[in-house]
Design a protein around this ligand. Structure first.
Ligand code: IVH
Length: 681
C-alpha cells in the first residue's frame, strides 16, 4: 500500500469506526457486530504500524496505551465547577420553586418547566473540545483547579475524541467545555472488588470511590481496564453559541456524540418534578448504577443569569436527595474478623433483613471505640444503613427497646485465630503474629494471584488444603513442594499434580515489580510496587533503602516508607526471601536506563520543585532533570540536593532553608540546564 492510499483508507476507517462507536455507545443501537468492528480496528492499527506518521491524535486506536505519568498537571477551570444545594425534604423543594418564581416575577400558579436528571454517584469531569477535538479533560479538584486526566478520560468509550459534525442541527461551537459524571455500574463495581479481593488489594468501599480511584490513575492502562461510564449533563465555558434550554442542550450533546443520561426528563411544574423524583427513588434498585438523588434544573437557560448564584451554588438548580436506605434488625452476636495485615474488625451478625434489594446478615462496626461511642450491644435492635457502601453499617441502637438482657461488647485480648496477644495501635487492634493462619492463607493467596506470581492452579481451596495438610506455612514453601507430596493429596491425580508443579516451576522467573507486589508488604499495591522498582531497580537497593530514601520518591509517603523498611527488617520476611531465592526464584530486573553521555552536574542529584513555576511546567522541569541524570523527588530531606522555588513557595521552601539545602530560583535552574546542554554539545 502506498502512503496516499493508506492516508485515504485511514480517514475512511476513522469515519466508520467513529460512526459505529456513536451508534453503539451513545444511541445504544449497534450497526455492526463486535467482530466486524474489531476487524476494522485491526486494519487501522496495521496502517498506523506501517505509517506511524499517519497516526492522528484523535485516532480510535489512541484510547489506550499512553505512557504512565509521574504526576498530574494542574488545570485551572475557565468556569468554576461548583456544587449544588441539597434538599432532603419535599417542603424544601416547594420552597425552591417559590423562590424561583419570586426571583423571576412569575405568578404563584405558574408552572415552571424543570429538567430533572438522575444524580449519578460518581465523580465529575470537564472535557474541553476545540474545533470538535478533545484537547483536555480534568477533574473537579477544589472547583477552581483540578487535575489533567486527559489520558485517562480518553480510555472511556463514551468520551468522543472528536465530535460529530454531520447530521447535526447545529455544529459544536469552536471552543467549549462539556461536563459530566464518570461512574461505574453496580455490576462492574462488584466485579472489580471481587478481582481485588482475589489479588489481595484493598477493596473500594463504594462505587464512587472506585470511579474516583480509577480516573486518578497515573497509568492510563489501569483506567482502561476499569469499566467506566460517563454521562454528560452540562456546560462549562462556551463560546459562540446560544442554547435556550437545558433539554435542547442535551439533545445537541447527543447529536454531537456526548451522551446524556437517558432517564433525564422534562417536567412541567414542580409537582411533576417531585413525582419524578419519587418514581426514580422507587426504581433505584433496578437501575444499573448508584444514584443519590435527582438534580432539578430550571429548563430555560436564559433565566439562569437572572437567578444567579449563592456563594457555593447556582440558584437555578437543586439536588433533591433520596432517603438513605435503612432497615431495622437485631444483633445476634458480634464476631471478630482478622484481615491479611492482622487488623481485627468487629462485625455485627444480624437477623437477616432486606435492604436495598439484598439480604443483609452482617454489618461492620469498624472498631472497638466506635462500638463504645455508639453504645451498641449484642441483642440490641439496631438501625442499619447502606449509603452506597458495600458493607452496611450499624447507625444506632434503639436503646428504648432494650429488654435488659443485652450484653456490652468486649474486645478480645487474644487473636481468635492463633491465640497471640493482641496489640493496640490507635483505634485499631492488631494480631502481631506474622504466622497467624488467618494472615498466612490470605498472604499466600495474594502471593500467587494474577498480578503477582500468577499461579492460577493454586486457587484458594487448594491453598487451604496445602496449609491444613501442613505442606506450606509460608509463601516460600510453595517452591519446595514436590510431585510426591501433591499427588497423595485428596482430589489430586498424577496429571493435576504434575501440572501444578510445572506451573510453580514456570512462575519462578518473575519481573521485579510483580515480585515486590507479591511480597504483600503493607500499603504496597501493584502501582506502588512499580514505583518502588523504578526508583530502586535491584532487590539489594530496596532492602537497604531508609525511610528517608523512600520518602524522597514521588507518591511514597511516610506510611509506605515505614512498611517497606519494616518488612525488610523483619526476621521472618528475610528468611522467607532467602528461601525463595535459594529455591531458584529468579528476578528479572528492568533494563537499566540508556547510559547518558557521561556524568553531568545533575547526575544522581535529587531536585525538589515548589511553588508556581512560570517559565516551564512541572513536567518539563522534571524531564530536564531526568534528561541529565538527576531525579525529581517530592519531599525535602537532608538528601535533597537542590530545591527550585517558583512563586508562592510553600512549606518545602521553609524546610529546605531549615535544613540548609541549596535553593535555586527558576532562572538559576534554567541557567544550569543551559550550561549543561552547551557542555554536552
Ligand atoms: S449539574 C454546579 N447534573 O453532583 C454543579 N451534577 O453534588 C453542576 N452530579 O459535582 C452539576 N449528576 O459531579 C449535575 N445530572 C447531574 C449530576 C451532577 C451528578 C454531581 C456532579 C456535581 C455533584 C454536586
Amino acid at each position: 500500500m502506498d502512503r496516499e492510499t493508506a492516508r485515504q483508507r485511514r480517514d475512511e476507517l476513522h469515519t466508520r469506526l467513529e460512526e459505529y462507536n456513536y451508534h453503539y455507545y451513545v444511541l445504544d443501537d449497534p450497526l455492526v457486530t463486535d467482530a466486524e468492528y474489531d476487524t476494522l480496528m485491526s486494519e487501522l492499527r496495521e496502517i498506523e504500524r506501517l505509517f506511524p506518521d499517519l497516526i492522528r491524535p484523535d485516532s480510535p486506536t489512541r484510547r489506550v496505551g499512553a505512557e504512565p505519568l509521574a504526576e498530574f498537571g494542574k488545570v485551572t477551570h475557565r468556569v468554576p465547577m461548583l456544587s449544588i444545594e441539597d434538599a432532603h425534604q419535599e417542603a424544601e423543594v416547594w420552597n425552591f420553586d417559590a423562590r424561583i418564581k419570586r426571583l423571576l416575577d412569575l405568578p404563584d400558579n405558574h408552572a415552571v418547566d424543570y429538567f430533572v436528571e438522575p444524580k449519578m454517584d460518581g465523580v465529575s469531569a470537564s472535557l474541553t473540545y476545540e474545533r470538535g477535538i478533545l484537547i483536555l479533560g480534568s477533574t473537579r479538584g477544589n472547583g477552581y483547579e483540578g487535575e489533567d486526566i486527559t489520558q485517562n478520560l480518553k480510555t472511556i468509550s463514551l468520551v468522543p475524541l472528536r465530535l460529530k459534525t454531520d447530521q447535526v442541527a447545529i455544529p459544536p461551537p469552536p471552543l467549549f467545555e462539556a461536563r459530566g459524571e464518570v461512574f461505574i455500574s453496580k455490576n462492574d463495581f462488584g466485579r472489580l472488588n471481587e478481582e481485588r479481593a482475589r489479588t489481595g488489594e484493598q477493596l473500594f468501599a463504594n462505587a464512587r470511590n472506585a470511579a474516583a480511584g480509577s480516573v486518578r490513575q497515573l497509568d492510563p492502562r489501569i483506567t482502561a481496564q476499569r469499566k467506566l461510564t460517563l454521562y454528560f449533563y452540562g456546560l462549562g465555558y462556551l463560546e459562540g453559541l446560544e442554547i435556550e434550554t437545558q433539554s435542547r442542550l442535551l439533545e445537541l450533546f447527543r447529536q454531537w456524540g456526548l451522551k446524556p443520561n437517558p432517564l433525564a426528563k422534562l417536567c412541567h411544574g414542580i409537582a411533576a418534578a417531585i413525582a419524578y423524583h419519587h418514581q426514580i427513588e422507587t426504581e433505584r434498585d433496578r437501575i444499573a448504577y448508584e444514584m443519590d438523588g435527582v438534580v432539578i434544573k430550571v429548563n430555560d437557560r436564559t433565566c439562569w443569569e437572572r437567578l444567579g448564584m449563592t456563594t457555593r451554588s447556582p440558584r437555578w438548580m437543586l439536588a433533591y436527595k433520596f432517603k438513605a436506605q435503612e432497615a431495622t434488625t437485631r444483633i445476634k452476636a458480634i464476631d471478630i474478623q482478622v484481615g491479611r495485615t492482622g487488623v481485627l474488625t468487629p462485625v455485627a451478625l444480624l437477623e437477616p433483613v432486606q435492604l436495598a434489594g439484598v439480604t443483609v446478615q452482617r454489618a461492620t462496626l469498624h472498631n472497638a471505640d466506635e462500638i463504645k461511642r455508639k453504645d451498641i450491644r449484642t441483642g440490641d435492635l439496631v438501625i442499619i444503613q447502606r449509603a452506597g457502601d458495600v458493607i452496611p453499617k450499624v447507625v444506632r441502637a434503639l436503646v428504648d427497646q432494650r429488654q435488659g438482657n443485652e450484653t456490652e461488647f468486649q474486645m478480645v485480648d487474644i487473636c481468635p485465630v492463633c491465640q497471640s496477644e493482641i496489640m493496640r495501635e490507635g483505634a485499631l487492634h492488631r494480631c502481631p503474629n506474622p504466622i497467624c493462619p488467618a494472615k498466612t492463607s490470605e498472604r499466600i493467596i495474594h502471593f500467587v494471584s494474577i498480578n503477582a506470581f500468577n499461579i492460577d492452579q493454586l486457587g484458594s481451596k487448594i491453598v487451604q488444603q496445602l496449609i491444613s495438610s501442613g505442606l506450606i506455612a509460608d509463601v516460600a514453601d510453595i517452591f519446595y513442594l514436590t510431585f510426591e507430596q501433591i499427588v497423595q493429596l485428596p482430589r489430586f491425580a498424577e496429571k493435576s499434580a504434575r501440572n501444578l508443579i510445572e506451573a510453580i516451576t514456570k512462575s519462578k522467573t518473575i519481573a521485579f515489580d510483580r515480585f515486590i507486589f507479591a511480597l504483600g508488604i503493607r500499603n504496597v499495591g501493584s502501582h506502588i510496587a512499580t514505583v518502588l522498582t523504578r526508583e530502586f531497580p535491584r532487590l539489594e537497593l530496596l532492602e537497604q533503602a531508609s525511610e528517608d530514601d523512600l520518602m524522597n520518591v514521588h507518591e511514597i509517603g511516610p506510611e509506605i516508607a515505614r512498611s517497606v523498611v519494616r518488612f525488610f527488617q523483619d526476621e521472618q520476611s528475610r528468611l522467607s526471601l532467602e528461601r525463595m531465592l535459594a529455591a531458584g526464584v529468579t528476578i528479572i530486573y528492568p533494563e537499566p536506563a540508556p547510559a547518558s553521555s557521561g556524568p553531568t552536574p545533575f547526575s544522581e542529584k535529587a531536585f525538589v520543585f515548589t511553588g508556581e513555576l512560570e517559565q516551564m511546567t512541572r513536567n518539563q522541569a522534571k524531564a530536564m532533570v531526568e534528561q541529565y541524570g538527576g531525579r525529581a523527588v517530592s519531599s525535602v530531606s537532608q538528601k535533597t540536593d537542590y530545591v527550585v522555588v517558583g512563586q508562592n513557595p510553600g512549606s518545602k521552601y521553609d524546610k529546605a532553608r531549615a535544613l540548609g539545602v541549596p535553593i535555586l530560583t527558576e532562572s538559576e535552574f534554567l541557567e544550569m540546564v543551559k550550561n549543561i546542554s552547551s557542555l554536552l554539545e
